[in-house]
Design a binder for this molecule. Structure first.
Ligand code: CA
Length: 336
């Protein structure tokens, strides 16, 4: 990683070392037409009580994913410092400009925060946010939980996830965190393109890193909101920061064994799923069709599973374009 030594222009209005609860902001200067010396104010909450580990909790790394913000605004409002041993840093909406706009990427610079790490203090607004997390927040953390969902264009089975890592001790600690989160599904996850991700930056710094994909479609359900709220408290209990044992539910472990689990569209048209999320699929079985929309009488193109497993993710909108991720098949396993 090429990490700058130049100071960040971002200023926190909270003191990370003070006991008690503080609701404040990360103030990031953004000079523009309607506010010459204006700033982006990213909400942050710090809850600290004595000595103990630090958890860094984040949502809306992508701005159109809502389980994280709902669970984290709720946690920041309800958790009391006396219930905490150690420190919790809560940023419900990391890419705050994208979250305000309801879009995956930032409306200011089109920055995809989860492809902008480690970031730059002298870069775009999105790169400045990434840099602040890399050099100022991640070093404070022992355990990191970053909430994702599918956003407007993908839908997922609700799962918590971690990655295979070269350090097997660190990898085990990450999967212990996934198990503690206790989503209905738990995934050993691979990435299409891990360069520039918050995940990769945190993992390379040796942090215990847990992520999620909790449905999607650019909205939230009662079920996934409750999974997120229970999951974050479970991770805090697992880390010893909140007392009590995690509320563990049965989880189905899944694996993404190779890039064959991703199915990509090679046509434009209207998307017809032949399998729904959670359904079993066999290798070679047709899981979706794309119908051309220019005229009648034209055959659809078929898309098949490359492995046995279950449908773990799918394209969400009704229309699909060439190159879109159409589906993800995951294999059923007994554990990480
Ligand atoms: Ca995401």
């Amino acid at each position: 990683m090429n990490i700058s030594k130049r100071p960040s222009p971002t200023t926190p209005t909270v003191d990370f070392d003070r006991d008690g609860i503080q609701h404040g902001h990360l103030r990031l200067p953004w000079s523009r037409d309607d506010s010459a010396w204006g700033s982006i104010m990213i909400p942050i909450c710090v809850i600290k009580n004595g000595e103990g580990p630090t958890a860094l909790l984040t949502g809306a790394n992508h701005g159109d994913e809502y389980e994280g913000p709902v669970a984290l605004f709720d946690l920041a409002r309800t958790l009391k410092p006396e219930e905490v041993k150690g420190r919790i840093i809560i940023v419900p909406a990391m890419n705050y400009p994208a979250f305000q706009a309801g879009t995956r990427t930032s409306p200011i610079d089109k920055g995809n925060l989860n492809r902008s790490f480690p970031g730059r203090p002298d870069g775009s607004v999105t790169e400045k946010i990434a840099d602040y997390f890399t050099r100022y927040l991640l070093p404070l953390a022992d355990i990191v939980l970053d909430f994702h969902s599918g956003g407007r264009t993908l839908d997922f089975l609700p799962y918590a996830a971690a990655h295979a890592l070269p350090d097997k001790g660190q990898e085990k600690a990450c999967f212990d965190g996934v198990a503690a989160f206790s989503a209905p599904y738990s995934m050993r996850m691979i990435e299409i393109d891990a360069v520039g991700m918050y995940d990769t930056t945190a993992e390379q710094m040796g942090k215990v890193f847990v992520t999620t994909e909790l449905s999607g479609g650019g909205t939230i359900s009662a079920r996934t909101a409750s999974i997120a709220k229970r999951g974050v408290l479970n991770v805090l209990k697992h880390a010893g920061i909140v007392s009590g044992a995690p509320e563990v539910e049965v989880t189905q472990w899944l694996d993404m064994p190779s890039s064959d689990c991703f199915v990509f569209s090679e046509a434009d048209g209207v998307f017809e799923p032949l399998k729904d999320l959670g359904e079993k699929v066999s290798r070679g079985e047709i899981i979706a069709r794309i119908h051309p929309i220019g005229r009648t009488g034209t055959a659809p193109s078929d898309y098949r599973a490359a492995m046995d497993g279950i449908l773990a993710a799918r394209h969400f909108p009704g229309l699909i374009k060439t190159g879109d991720c159409l589906a993800v098949v995951a294999t059923l396993t007994g554990g990480p």
